[in-house]
Design a protein around this ligand. Structure first.
Ligand code: GAR
Length: 215
C-alpha cells in the first residue's frame, strides 16, 4: 500500500487535525500526515502537531501583500514536502481560484453543516434560528466557490430542545472527528474521486435505515 503524503491546513485549535493524525497512526491507513500548516502563528494546533512529531509550519498571511503571494508561499511549502493531498481543517482563509484549481480533486474540507445548507460561518446559530431538527457536518472537495464543492460524506445529528450553539457544536464536532478520517481514507485509497465535477464512488453501501429526529 502506498501511503499518500497529506498536509493539513489549520487556523485554530486543530481538533480535526488531531483526529486525522490519530487515524493515520493505523498501519493500514492509506495516508501519512507529512505536514501541518497554519496561516496563524498562534494557532494552538501547531503545538499539538509538533508534539505528535509532525512537521508544523506557520505561514503568516499578514506578512504577504496579497492573497496570490500568500498562496504561492503555501504552494512552495507543499511542494518542498512532496504533498499529494490537502485537508482543510478549520482553515479560515479564503484561497485564490488559481490555488484551488491547481489542487482540484486533491483538496478536501470539513464544514460544520449539512451542505448545501449553511455555507459560510455561524452555521450552528443559523441552524438553531431556523429550528431544524437535523444538523451535521460535511466533507467535500474544494472548488473556487466557498463551501460549494462536490460532497464526499456527511454525518447528521439531532437538534434537541434547549440546545445552544455550544451544545450543538459539541455534538457535531464528535461526528466531524469520525467523518474526516473516513473521507480522507476514501480519497487516498481511490474509493472516492472527483470526475467531471462529481464525486464517483467505487463501492456500494447499505442504504437501509434513516435518522429520525425526534427519534
Ligand atoms: C470545525 O468545526 C470545522 O468544521 C470548522 O471549524 C472548526 C475547526 O475546529 N470549519 C469551518 O467552519 C470551515 N468553514 P478544529 O480546529 O478544532 O478542527
Amino acid at each position: 500500500m502506498t501511503r499518500r503524503r497529506v498536509a493539513i491546513l489549520i487556523s485554530g485549535r486543530g481538533s480535526n487535525m488531531a483526529s486525522l493524525i490519530e487515524a493515520a497512526r493505523a498501519p493500514d491507513f492509506p495516508a501519512e500526515i507529512a505536514l501541518v500548516l497554519s496561516n496563524r502563528p498562534d494557532a494552538a494546533g501547531l503545538e499539538r502537531a509538533k508534539a505528535a512529531g509532525i512537521a508544523a509550519l506557520a505561514i503568516d498571511h499578514k506578512a504577504f501583500p496579497d492573497r496570490e503571494s500568500f498562496d504561492r508561499a503555501l504552494d512552495a511549502a507543499l511542494g518542498e514536502h512532496d504533498i499529494a493531498f490537502i485537508c482543510l481543517a478549520g482553515f479560515m482563509r479564503v484561497l485564490t481560484d488559481g490555488f484551488v484549481e491547481r489542487w482540484s480533486g486533491r483538496m478536501i474540507n470539513i464544514h460544520p453543516s449539512l451542505l448545501p445548507l449553511y455555507r459560510g460561518t455561524q452555521t450552528h446559530r443559523r441552524a438553531l434560528e431556523d429550528g431544524v431538527l437535523v444538523h451535521g457536518c460535511t466533507v467535500h472537495f474544494v472548488v473556487p466557490e466557498l463551501d460549494a464543492g462536490p460532497i464526499i460524506s456527511q454525518a447528521a445529528v439531532p437538534v434537541v430542545p434547549g440546545d445552544t450553539q455550544e451544545s450543538l457544536a459539541a455534538r457535531v464536532v464528535v461526528q466531524e472527528h469520525r467523518l474526516y478520517p473516513q473521507a480522507l481514507r476514501m480519497i487516498c485509497d481511490g474509493t472516492a474521486r472527483l470526475e467531471n465535477g462529481r464525486v464517483v464512488f467505487s463501492r456500494r453501501w447499505d442504504a437501509s435505515g434513516a435518522l429520525h429526529s425526534p427519534g
